[in-house]
Design a protein. Sequence first.
Length: 715
Amino acid sequence: MIFEGKAVKVSQLETGVVLVTLDLQGESVNKFNLLTLQELGEAVKAVKTLPNVAGVVFNSAKDVFVVGADITEFTTWFTLDDNELADKLREVHKTFNEIADLPYPTVAAINGIALGGGFELCLACDYRVMADSAKVGLPETQLGIYPGWGGTIRLPRLIGVDNACEWICGAGQKRSADALKDGAVDAVVAQDNVLESSLHLIQQVVDGKLKYQQRRQENNANMVFSPIEKMMIFESVRGVVGAKAGKHYPAPMVAIKTIEKVIGQTREKAIETEIAGFVKLAKGPVAKALVGLFLKDQQIKKTAGQFSKGAERVKQAAVLGAGIMGGGVAYQSSSKGTPIIMKDIRNEALELGLSEANKLLGGQVSRGRMTAEKAMKALNGITPALSYGEFDHVDLVVEAVVENVNVKKAVLAETENHISADTILTSNTSTISITELAKNLQRPENFCGMHFFNPVHRMPLVEVIRGEKTSDAAIARTVSYAQAMGKTPIVVNDCPGFLVNRVLFPYFGGFSAMMKEGADFQIIDKVMEKFGWPMGPAYLLDVVGLDTAFHADEVMAKGFPDRMQHEGINVIDKLFEVERFGQKNQKGFYRYENDRKGKPKKIFDAEIHSILAPTVVSKTELTEEDIIARMMIPLCIETVRCVEEGIVGSPAEADMGLIYGIGFPPYLGGALHYLDQMGLQAFCDLADRFSHLGKLYEPTTKMRAMAQNNDTYYG
Ligand code: NAD
């Protein structure tokens, strides 16, 4: 062994080929942490001193190549001042340049995932051999930064400017066929043959069949374009990327600007350009929010793992109700491998539920994400039922019937008579207290909330709600079922609306109050969408369903009368009264028609203003800032209340709940991160400007005390 570290080893074969093997000890995957980077530098120095080297293969002893940089370690870099951060980046560039300049042919043997810095290492090699099952890519823009170890410089030279912009700005993980097609790798082989093929490639260089110096020259050369060519390429790329990224996410556009510059620069100059752009992004608020989300995601997954520890896998599930939610739960459960009985009281509902599942599975097959065989298996895994016939061998039941406390209590009590003593019963109620629903049950310890979000197959969050009598075992099994369905569960304590809807309804409260003052819901939607929400509040209400929202609103008003009760009828009451339930019956605030793909398309309905006219009591002129403040303040204060009252275990769970559950704008990092960034005192001052609107706009006593002490939620 020529070099043996804790993450990198160097050995030489009889053929003269040197293997630089990445194998981070004590970890299941390789990642670029500080130790690996340091040892890689030492390893390359050791390689340079060796005699008779035929070539160098960078390979991995694990199932992955390198999953990327270790964010937990690198976030400390982002707190350094600009020059210190730039120096850190220069050190890594030095190592990668030494690899690129080794006086022998170099090959990256990509046996598994190679992302971020891991893929940038591959780019510093002359050749890349990739396993057919592996994935490669540069996902940094997802974190609000861009590739900072040569990715913006080497990738365009290798695969062309258009492709490189798409790879970097799209932040995707590329499959082997796409990587080969774009020219990012030289060969794709079976995973077991990656090393052997890499050695063969070096042999071809030794035999004079391949000329690595020539390739190196090409990859190091400036890219030459006429000004017109350059303008055409970059204007079109900017148009596509800008429209997709939006103004709140600067990293993709900064990446394009950097690529535009570096393609015409020498390596040394290009490195400085890349570093300058990287430092600017890394120190900005969006990277702070997005890197924060990445870390919070890891934290909440770890917490969920602690809750589900020891739970047996749910082998057979059941869902009551084949509506929007029940049908979605059945699809998600079965397509992720847990068979499920779907029971309804109406045959038409069952047929609709099955045809929806069929449509979703068909979509998966046509997009190449699932084989036809697997889709068929998933469809067969859903057993439609009009009776409780096979409920005695079910491990977990999700109740998803209408949002009415009496109906739910009756259905739950009836179900309990048909399941075994250790079956866990859960409710997908949006708002009704779990302790209240448990009152009629014989085994309240086996009951908890399992709150999915609409559409179930897309929304990552599941709230698992602990009622007064819920046992730890019930929580464990429910959390483990949510994980098996590919969801991110958070465990919360019981109260009307739990975490997410408790926070969402004050937000709707802000909306309804503005509508009473004669605001235009289309303008409010536009302002909030521009602010970063995936859909404005009126559109969101149409998606949720005005009937569901009406019933939920009643529950919330009863639970928190001091701030969630309203006088007279508001827009939600009105649309419910006239049976405009939203997308489910093609009319709510907007009208809906199916597009060519069968997806509901939103259309303005001229009738709506006269329908809503009786709910308007005054006329107030509202600026964009007013609209944002009047929507966001109630949401933020209610999130704080949930943390203060222990409804949610930590600020991270609260923020991720809002991001994963209702699409809170990620660039703001969650409600509590947003408060920290704004400063609590500034927030309290803003809220006080709206104190005439009532208690929804009143910061808690603790918030004011924290504001005085300059305290923050994330310390
Ligand atoms: P939905 O009206 O689309 O479906 C309800 C289904 O339940 C209907 O098919 C109905 O026939 C069936 N049903 C009624 N009584 C039944 C019984 N006794 N046994 C079996 N089936 C019965 O409603 P939905 O939007 O799917 O909502 C269902 C639940 O999920 C509600 O509690 C709701 O609050 C909650 N939820 C809804 C959303 C949403 O966005 N729609 C989001 C999260 C949670």
